[in-house]
Design a protein around this ligand. Structure first.
Ligand code: AP5
Length: 196
């Protein structure tokens, strides 16, 4: 049975940056780990369904469409999970859709994926706002610090519900300015202590 860790962080926190560092670190340590981005898999599925989308346009599709693609992506992740000792799923505790705040991993998908660890990547709201502004390649929501604080809290609340329903622990890892390698090291050590 493959081991699965869910790593989340609100947009702009630097989640993908930390996960790229994690992949390098795991390789150096000869640790069999692979990272899959949930949004990328959803995009691939949308393409197969005949609708090419920019990744930042996924959250504005109808909830019905997103729900269908979200479930197909979970099936695909399960298929790929058998190829590595540890699979890290890069995703979100929740998504801001036009219908409201929607769980990234609702109960039916948690039952399918059975994660053994939840990780929240966090940093200060002001840092997140700055990182969003400086990331010119993406179409990010430019939120106020107070809105970012709300999203960090909502992520924690959703993670708590997921932890209760699965029995998996939650680890909060800080991605401080310029310290993405340290965050990746904390993450690798947490995965090794919890999962293997
Ligand atoms: P996703 O692919 O996860 O996009 P995202 O939220 O924008 O997150 P990124 O992966 O781009 O990473 P990041 O924002 O944390 O930061 P980055 O490393 O780029 O999701 C795309 C879409 O897919 C979602 O919107 C949703 O629609 C859909 N989706 C995904 N999962 C889903 C699910 N389960 N259900 C339904 N839909 C789902 O870094 C940002 C900037 O910060 C960069 O400029 C970087 O250089 C800088 N930075 C990073 N770390 C540091 C540091 N330590 N110090 C200084 N600068 C730093």
């Amino acid at each position: 049975m493959p081991h699965l860790a869910v790593v989340t962080g609100i947009p702009g926190v630097g989640k993908t940056t930390v996960l790229n560092e994690l992949t390098d670190l795991a390789r150096q340590n000869k640790f069999d780990l692979s990272v899959l981005n949930y949004g990328t898999i959803m995009n691939e599925i949308m393409g197969e369904l005949g609708k090419e989308l920019h990744r930042d346009d996924m959250r504005v599709q109808t909830l019905e469409t997103q729900r269908k693609v979200q479930e197909l992506a979970a099936n695909e992740i399960n298929n790929r999970a058998t190829q590595h000792e540890v699979l890290v799923v890069d995703t979100h505790m929740f998504v801001r859709t036009s219908s409201g705040l929607w769980a990234g991993l609702p109960q039916n998908l948690l039952q399918k994926l059975r994660p053994q660890l939840f990780v929240l990547i966090e940093t200060d709201p002001e840092q997140i706002a700055d990182r969003r502004k400086s990331d010119s390649e993406r179409r990010r929501d430019q939120s106020l610090s107070s809105e970012i604080t709300f999203d960090l809290e909502w992520s924690r609340a959703t993670a708590a519900a997921s932890a209760v329903s699965t029995g998996a622990p939650i680890k909060i890892i800080r991605n401080e300015p310029g310290k993405q390698k340290q965050a990746a090291l904390d993450l690798l050590q947490t995965i090794q202590s919890v999962i293997t």
